[in-house]
Design a protein around this ligand. Structure first.
Ligand code: ADP
Ligand code: MG
Length: 703
């Protein structure tokens, strides 16, 4: 007898209605290889096909709608190669145009003028009129005969899937076939205890009802169960990882707070720490003193003073006889860190070096030797630090700035740079909504700096359209006259780097004309410059030799020029919210009132307008992060789309916060009672987890 696992793992080509050709496109386009994959391919929407809309009720917000009316005026228009077909549909309330751009001949041959049709589609609005492009058409008499499910599921599809007949309709057909086959074979993956406690429906019932719900209440319960399950297993995985790490890995014990730290604190520190910085330092110190490996995420808004926390943590490592390193995502940022930190350590007996991709071979070799002998104490750099040739004498602490650009594989390599793995402190400047943090960094301990250093005036933000450029130039001139410096930033979007550079150069030309030598000096920095040129231009600006820094987003992270008080962001509508927030964080670091000017073209999309409005309204990083999450969805944050980490099938980080909390608590409870998951009742969960990790190799990327 076939077990349920065998059946669920049946290759998809063996399903009735699929075959090799469709199987191929299902694999490539939707990652569907087996029966099990198919039943886990969920609808994204349900439509009540027993309801009809009045044509007069259609408005800009209408999603998919179903109409019933009489067809008239079937016409072809346009050149033979770009032909379209139009027709009118009329009901008692009004009429609407139906329109087809492809398959014109075939469709025309199948439509009957004067007949009553049931029409289904998504209205679009153009030139003051609504139309229905490529609607599904069915004679009303046929529609009445068909037994349509009340709630009809709609499946995500792609052009390639559709070209093989796998639109929603096609998916519905094969889904019906698979459901018949697997009914009675879908194993439960949660313990009875959890199912009882949370009053969940069984897994099989949930799967059947997510595809073909008999009523809305059943659908709701199916959704709740599947969302919980999805979030629960993510949390279980994360917390299990954490347990394994705590269990398996020893950590260095930094027992003393010694001379370096104390001298720095009393002599070199030019200001009082904020309370938040003090609290975070305490958390870090107690982690590093506990004999376990620290894995801590340090979250804090731009300008909250994370670098200082990193530096003091490194000094503790040094005081205990260890070396430390700081890894940054770009050369500019690494060299900026190197300069700041070297300056702050003046007078202390600490050797600090910078290692990046452009470090000369000779220097590099010398550095390697000093590292191995232990004479080099703090190494700052880029990915270059990860290379195997970089060997420490006794590495005690790794600080990673802007973590999301590094994968865990890279981090693990840093762990291996010492027999007992070094402590790890990950710093991220982008505020992350709590729910996302819980999922994304769920296995790290978190410290938050929720307070800016005193005396900071919030940056004033204004929005100007391109046509008001002269006003903005006038404002810039007044600021420069007061001795301030200004950033002008252009978007850089990889796909069209050429176009972006053109924007940048055009902008540079017009700024050069408005701010001519010898009265004004301008720096320009972009990704195509050699690191040495970049650095030269940056340093001129840092030293105050130039008034304006024209650049692409290379200055996005970490640059610190307290005298710069104006940030002009060109084409601001093309930036995401968190990027705008990062950029704005480049100013407002000195004592002067700072300004952020968002320049946009005259016409904005709704999203674009909402982003600009949010920026003008608030400087609170967390508020901005929430708004960002709402506007873009979690898939886009932190490049998670590429990495696939937050590829949630059904749960939704924004709306399912409550379920997420249940899921996390429940996962914690399970592991607390049964850390290795050996108990009989937890077996289904362990099995499922193993299966899931076999497929989702991405898992290891988390944290
Ligand atoms: P971020 O968290 O964005 O990395 P930085 O560490 O670059 O922030 O700090 C921003 C600026 O604030 C720096 O110029 C730093 O010297 C200054 N700063 C940090 N902590 C304090 C403090 N407690 N009081 C005053 N200024 C501070
Ligand atoms: Mg920083």
């Amino acid at each position: 007898m076939a077990t349920s696992v065998d059946l669920l793992e049946t290759p998809i080509e063996y399903l009735k209605g699929v075959g090799p050709v469709r199987a191929d496109v299902l694999k490539k386009e939707a990652g569907i290889f087996t029966f099990n994959d198919l039943i886990n391919y969920f609808p994204f929407r349900y439509i009540d096909r027993s309801k009809f809309y009045n044509i007069a009720e259609i408005n800009a917000d209408s999603a998919y709608i179903q109409l019933k009316g009489v067809l008239s005026q079937i016409r072809k228009a346009g050149k033979p190669r770009a032909q379209r077909l139009t027709a009118q549909l009329r009901d008692q309330s009004g009429s609407i145009e139906l329109i087809w751009f492809a398959g014109v001949k075939w469709i025309e041959g199948n439509l009957q003028e004067g007949a009553e049709y049931v029409v289904f589609g998504k209205p679009s609005y153009f030139n003051g009129n609504y139309s229905l492009p490529h609607p599904e058409m069915e004679l009303a008499s046929e529609h009445a005969k068909l037994v349509v499910e009340k709630l009809q599921p709609f499946y995500p599809s792609t052009e390639k899937l559709k070209s093989k007949g796998l639109d929603s309709n096609g998916f519905r057909k094969i889904m019906k076939n698979v459901v018949v086959r697997i009914k009675g074979f879908i194993p439960e993956n949660l313990s009875d205890e959890i199912i009882h406690e949370l009053k969940l429906i069984p897994r099989e019932e949930a799967i059947l009802n997510i595809h073909f719900p008999s009523e809305i209440r059943k659908l709701d319960r199916a959704r709740a169960r599947l969302k919980f399950e999805e979030l629960f297993f993510i949390q279980l995985n994360l917390l299990k990882l954490k347990l394994i790490r705590i269990d398996k890995l020893k950590g260095q014990t930094f027992a003393v707070v010694g001379d370096l730290f104390n001298t720095f604190y009393t002599k070199n520190l030019p200001f009082e720490l904020t309370n938040a910085q003090k609290r975070v330092m305490k958390e870090i110190r107690s982690d590093m003193g506990a004999g376990k490996q620290m894995n801590r995420l340090l979250q804090g808004d731009v300008g909250s003073g994370k670098t200082l926390v990193a530096l003091m943590s490194m000094l503790i490592a040094l005081d205990n006889g260890f070396q430390a390193c700081l890894m940054a995502p770009t050369e500019i940022l690494a060299s900026q860190h190197h300069k700041t930190i070297s300056r702050m350590l003046e007078g202390l007996d600490v050797n600090v070096e910078l290692l990046t991709g452009s470090t000369k071979a000779k220097q590099r070799k010398a550095m390697h030797q000093l590292l191995q002998s232990g004479e080099l104490h703090i190494l700052i750099g880029t990915h270059a630090l990860i290379e195997d040739t970089v060997q420490f004498n006794n590495l005690g602490l790794v600080v990673i700035d802007e973590q999301h650009r590094f994968g865990v594989a890279q981090r693990a390599k840093m762990w291996q740079k010492n027999t007992i793995p070094p402590h790890v402190l990950v710093m991220t400047a982008t505020p992350i909504p709590r729910t996302l943090a819980m999922t994304f960094y769920g296995d790290l301990d978190v410290s938050v700096i929720d307070e800016l250093p005193p005396g900071r005036k919030p940056v004033k933000t204004a929005h100007y359209y391109d046509k008001d450029r002269l006003k903005v130039f006038g404002f810039m001139k007044r600021q420069i006259a007061e001795g301030r410096q200004i950033y002008v930033v252009y978007p850089l979007i990889n796909e069209s780097e050429k176009l972006d550079l053109k924007d940048l150069h055009d902008g540079y030309d017009s700024i050069s004309r408005a701010f001519p030598l010898p009265d004004y000096a301008i720096s320009i920095v972009h990704g195509k410059l050699s690191p040495a040129d970049k650095d030269y231009e940056m340093q001129r600006f840092v030293r105050g030799e130039t008034d304006i820094m024209v650049s692409t987003t290379v200055i996005e992270v970490g640059v610190d020029v307290p005298n710069a008080s104006v940030m002009v962001i060109e084409n601001a509508e093309r930036f995401g919210l968190s990027q705008l927030h990062q950029l704005r964080g480049r100013v407002g670091r000195g004592a002067d009132q700072s300004f952020c000017i968002l320049m946009t073209r005259d016409k904005l999309t709704n999203d674009g307008r909402e982003r600009i409005r949010t920026m003008v309204k608030t400087t609170d990083g967390f508020e901005i992060a929430e708004a960002d999450l709402k506007l873009r969805g979690p898939g886009d944050l932190h490049g998670t789309r590429q990495s696939g980490i937050l590829d949630l099938k059904i749960a939704d980080i924004i709306h399912d916060e409550k379920i997420l909390k249940y899921a996390r608590n429940m996962a914690a409870k399970v592991l607390e009672e049964d850390p290795k998951m050996m108990l009989e009742k937890n077996k289904p969960m362990l099995l499922f987890l193993r299966q899931m990790n076999r497929y989702k190799t991405n898992w290891s990327l988390i944290s």
